[in-house]
Design a protein around this ligand. Structure first.
Ligand code: GLC
Length: 694
């Protein structure tokens, strides 16, 4: 049962799409204080678990830290970070009392889950203007499924999007893309997509192509398609300010960009230099921006990734002018003190302790020059709160300051694309995933987990985020395999791919300047071929489970606790996940490990895909086990009494033969396979299901 409680005058986010009855009085759990902003508090019992928050740091059980829903472009996902790119305000408390809460509030919101006091859960925000949905249910899993029903069906990608994709920031020319295609095809490494990062554009202008490098683009798109490879270009949020650039000029003319208080178009510097942000919260502007995707679909493009849509700001002219003031007074002080001042060294303020404003700094200067305000300003130029407070949306006639709806930008940018695809070709699925998101965006696209690093700990972070994202509706998701920042190693990439085998989005992506990490860059390529083969062999099963999860508003990845709620040990396991109804995954995420410990809540078949193409199966009883898993093996566990289909490997999704598959698992079991044409939207047809017997 779900009830909605309305506080103040909430902004309509359209995260929830079904009518939910209003609750009477106050919610049955915790207490709510609206004296100063909004604050929900609840005293947790010692064994209560708190699930949810989608794309967030740390564990599956969110207890023990403080998280802030405040979409942020931060490429350093260290353990101390409180905000990542998404804002997914669902939490489920499971324990003494079990209930779910969705705080539908589009500005910054703090989830203190046992951080200030270990037993206290506090959810707070500055303004008491929100919809609170309170969900009662039999279990955490039941609550999550009820929640999923009210937010609408998750995005369904085309089937080819379950293939493997290669990406790198730095591919610039047709030759660069051909080299990637050759690297995969010539080594018989499966591949379905190559991603085009910002360098394909002319001067980083959205919906343009570099004139020198991409003449005859439709022919090039077709050349790749003839090799069964789709090109997937990036689209950034900021539109370059440049006379003569039609998207810029149309946006200015029609007032489709976000504006400053004085009505001028807000300027933020991102990759192209100065940009304007399309006002995607405005219906007309959203439609206009969405229609631009057709410039590329008309040339044969069938999928995109939306980026920098927190929206990320490197700096603004206002920020730079404050910096100049600070620098000027610092230098003047330096000169008058004749070099390094005592104040600069014996400073009592460190970066972050100062508000970074010119006035604050000038006070400091008077008391003796200090470098910290200046350093603080440099550090806070990007994604500054002040900048987010200085521009406005025109929400269909109503002026709304950006910071009040900050967390919706990525959602509405992706919605712009999703709505446009419906107009461009209503019967066709397009690939779409975004970096920033809010619940509601899950209907229009997936997400990737942003700029992670080539660190072993990020394999585990990737794994732990998966079920939480699914709870919030984001099913099509995955991380940059091999890590985006820092240099990947062969073993790290192999282990990470062995997790990526199971994530719907399976993409190797890396930052410019890092070590090249395409699968053909390392020795003994056959090991990479083998791991990718396992992915393709499992696609019929993975796709089937994805589709069932999407069509039934269910989870593709679940914590063990959702399947074995009575098992005290299963409640604690966070480095193994249930996938679909049949399998459990337990990837290796430790450097130099030759295997790992696993906990089996019931008897299971331990399956290993071996490098020679054969498959080993071993029956393991309930309990703890140490299992050996070599660097070139892919493990999975099949639940007692279940079976899954396995196809022969193929080099691209369309080449998979799903008529001749073998079964794996328990003999006598049956599996209901979902299969469709992978492109159209006729999901509910009975013929899409068939029973396979082992
Ligand atoms: C951002 C994206 C990353 C991309 C880069 C250049 O950092 O998160 O994936 O490669 O921008 O476009």
């Amino acid at each position: 049962m779900i009830r909605r409680f309305i506080y103040g005058n909430p902004f309509s986010t359209e995260a929830v799409v079904t009518e939910v009855p209003l609750g009477e009085g106050t919610p049955a759990y915790g207490c709510i204080d609206t004296e100063q902003g909004f604050c929900f508090s609840y005293i947790m019992e010692e064994n209560d678990i708190v699930y949810g928050l989608g794309e967030a740091n740390r564990g599956v059980n969110k207890r023990g830290y403080c998280y802030i829903s405040d979409c942020t472009d931060d490429p350093n996902h260290t353990e101390d970070k409180r905000s990542l790119y998404g804002a997914h305000n669902l939490i489920v408390v499971a324990g003494a009392k079990t209930f779910g809460l969705f705080f539908d509030y589009p500005s910054a919101m703090t989830f203190d889950i046992g951080y200030t006091r270990m037993d206290t859960l506090q959810v707070s925000c500055d303004e008491a203007n929100l919809n609170l949905f309170v969900i009662d249910g039999d279990s955490a899993y039941d609550i999550v499924r009820q929640f999923r029903k009210i937010i609408g069906r998750s995005y369904i990608p085309p089937k080819y999007a379950f293939g493997f994709g290669q990406s790198r920031w730095g591919y610039k020319t047709k030759e660069d893309f051909r080299k990637v295609a050759d690297g995969y095809r010539n080594h018989s490494l499966p591949l379905d997509m190559v991603y085009m990062d910002i360098d394909y554009m002319q001067d980083f202008k959205d919906f343009t192509l570099n004139e020198k490098n991409f003449s005859d683009f439709p022919e090039f798109v077709q050349e790749m398609k003839d090799r069964h490879i789709r090109l997937i270009p990036i689209i950034d949020a900021g539109v370059k300010v440049e006379d003569g650039y039609d998207v810029y000029e149309e946006g200015v003319k029609n007032r489709y960009f976000c504006q400053r208080e004085d009505g001028s178009d807000f300027v933020a510097a991102v990759w192209p230099g100065d940009t304007h942000f399309p006002d995607v919260l405005n219906d007309d502007a959203r439609r206009w921006f969405g229609d631009k995707y057709q410039i590329l679909t008309d040339q044969g493009i069938e999928g995109f990734w939306n980026d920098m849509n927190e929206p990320a700001i490197f700096y603004t002219p206002e920020g730079i002018s404050e910096l100049k003031t600070l620098l000027k007074s610092f230098l003047e002080n330096e000169d008058s003190a004749g070099g390094m001042t005592a104040g600069a060294l014996a400073c009592d303020k460190k970066p972050g302790e100062d508000d970074g404003t010119a006035e604050g700094a000038q006070d400091d200067m008077a008391a003796g020059a200090s470098i910290w305000p200046l350093m603080g300003k440099i550090g806070s130029l990007a994604n500054s709160k002040e900048d987010y407070r200085s521009f406005y949306h025109n929400v269909n006639g109503q002026r709304v300051r950006h910071d009040k709806v900050h967390n919706l930008f990525g959602y509405y940018m992706t919605r712009a694309a999703g709505e446009a695809f419906e107009r461009i070709d209503p019967d066709k699925r397009f690939l779409m995933f975004s970096r920033s998101s809010y619940i509601g965006m899950h209907r229009y696209g997936g997400i990737w987990m942003g700029d992670n690093k080539s660190w072993w700990s990020h394999i585990l972070l990737n794994l732990k985020m998966l079920p939480s994202l699914n709870m919030c509706g984001f099913l099509y998701t995955g991380a940059d395999l091999g890590g985006f920042g820092a240099d990947a190693t062969r073993d790290l990439l192999l282990r990470w791919l062995a997790l990526g085998v199971f994530t719907p989005l399976m993409r190797d992506h890396a930052a410019q300047g890092t070590r090249e990490q395409e699968c053909f860059q390392f020795e003994d390529i056959e090991d990479f071929r083998h791991v990718l083969h396992v992915r393709y062999r499992l696609i019929p099963y993975l796709y089937s489970e994805y589709m069932k999860a999407a069509l039934k508003d269910d989870l593709y990845f679940k914590p063990l606790a959702f399947v074995y709620p009575e098992d005290a040990m299963a409640l604690q396991v966070e480095d193994q996940m249930m996938l679909g109804d049949e399998i459990m995954i337990a990837p290796v995420y430790t450097q130099n490990a030759k295997g790992r410990y696993v906990y089996l809540p019931e008897e299971m078949k331990f399956v290993k895909f071996l490098p020679d193409g054969t498959i080993s199966e071993e029956l393991l009883g309930q309990g703890h086990h140490y299992v050996e898993i070599a660097l070139n093996e892919v493990p999975l566990f099949i639940r007692n009494g279940k079976c899954i289909p396995v196809a022969e490997a193929a080099e691209y999704v369309d080449a998979l033969d799903t008529r001749h598959m073998t079964m794996l698992g328990y003999e006598g079991a049956e599996y209901e396979l979902y299969e469709d044409d992978g492109v159209s939207k006729d999901y509910e047809k009975k013929e899409n299901y068939r029973t396979l017997k082992y």
